[in-house]
Design a protein around this ligand. Structure first.
Ligand code: F6P
Length: 334
């Protein structure tokens, strides 16, 4: 359980807006519900913006009432839809977005999304003076300044279910599998899934892939009577399909491996209880921080406490993966 912030509510807000942006993440819906109901309960109007920044820049938004966020707490995806909006990189477009919000009488915006979306939120706050608060919403858990992100737990749970099933067939056929998980340039999903799924090995960005040492390890496993089945969890890296290239390289060393790319299945599905609670606490806190006069911040979690971090710090830094956890996966396999 998280402890919620207790802040002095210094600012009187008439209306706020909420949007979801970038790759969707299970838990975005409970976050929207929490933002909307926290605001409505405080007498603040709430606009739901459609399709992230793409909807914002054309004013595609409508007022939400309590009923409009009913029955979404358990649903994957985002009721507001999401988009990756390249146009928002243009300062003139951001100026237009700020003008649209002001025209509607909106004095606070909550942006739920990943790194790129939070960068947009930071620039909008900095350039327009509008109050903007970001929430970390991405399955990748790669946001600096927060231990956890909305959607990560669900994605890991989904990937684990798949891996447990793959292990059944891997054992039956004494087969090696390369299972590719999402996370783009980060290895948080791969590490968590590798640890919880008892993977023989994980390959994550930042560590060079040495096919020879993989082959050496496989041979050592066989010599130790561990059989020829196994699961290597591979973080996708910048572009999906790394596992196919790796299987090809293994083949040239007389090792056969089946490839399974889990892909977008990791972004869907009903959010876990953990993600629903996280999203609800972050959504409520976003409204509390806006009411206390904060802007240009992200609300995250550090050591189990809800906290605020300046967006400037969040977007200019990358979150390190603990190498000890990567080592632990390999240690526990031996
Ligand atoms: O950032 C979330 C994420 O799911 C990454 O893990 C993945 O690399 C990327 O989005 C895929 O994005 P898209 O659905 O736009 O191809």
């Amino acid at each position: 359980m998280y402890s919620l912030p207790k802040l002095t509510r210094d600012v009187s807000l008439n209306a706020i807006a909420v949007l979801t942006s970038g790759g969707d993440a299970p838990g975005m819906n409970p976050a929207i519900r929490s933002v909307a109901r926290a605001a409505l309960n405080a007498g603040i109007e709430v606009y739901g913006v459609q399709r992230g920044y793409s909807g914002l820049i054309i004013g595609d938004m409508a007022l939400l009432d309590s009923a409009s966020v009913s029955n979404i707490v358990q649903r994957g995806g985002t009721m507001l839809k999401s988009d990756r909006c390249d146009a928002f990189r243009d300062p003139a477009v951001r100026k237009q977005a700020a003008a649209i919000l002001r025209e509607r009488g909106v004095d606070g915006l909550v942006v739920i999304g990943g790194d790129g979306s939070l960068t947009g939120a930071h620039l909008l706050a900095e350039e327009s003076g509008l109050a903007v608060v970001g929430l970390p919403g991405t399955i990748d858990n790669d946001i600096f300044g927060t231990d956890d992100t909305i959607g990560f737990d669900t994605a890991v749970t989904t990937a684990l279910e798949a891996i447990d099933k793959i292990r059944d067939t891997a054992l039956s056929h004494e087969q090696l599998f390369l299972v590719e998980v999402m996370g783009r340039n980060s290895g948080f999903i791969a590490t968590q899934v590798g640890l919880a799924g008892g993977a023989e090995m994980i390959l994550v960005p930042g560590y060079e892939i040495q096919v020879e040492s993989i082959c050496f390890q496989l041979a050592a496993d066989r010599a130790a009577g561990k059989g020829s089945s196994g699961i290597i969890v591979v973080a996708e890296g910048p572009t999906p399909g790394l596992t196919y290239r790796l299987a090809e390289r293994l083949r040239s060393h007389d090792q056969t491996a089946k490839v399974c790319i889990l892909g977008h299945i990791q972004r869907g599905g009903s959010p876990t209880g953990h993600d629903r609670v996280l999203a609800s606490c972050l959504g409520f806190s976003a409204v509390e921080y806006l009411r206390a006069g904060y802007s240009d911040i992200m609300i995250g979690v550090q050591n189990g406490q809800i906290c605020q971090v300046p967006l400037e710090d969040v977007v200019n830094r990358s979150k390190p993966l603990d190498p000890a956890l990567v080592d632990l996966v390999h240690l526990l396999h031996r």
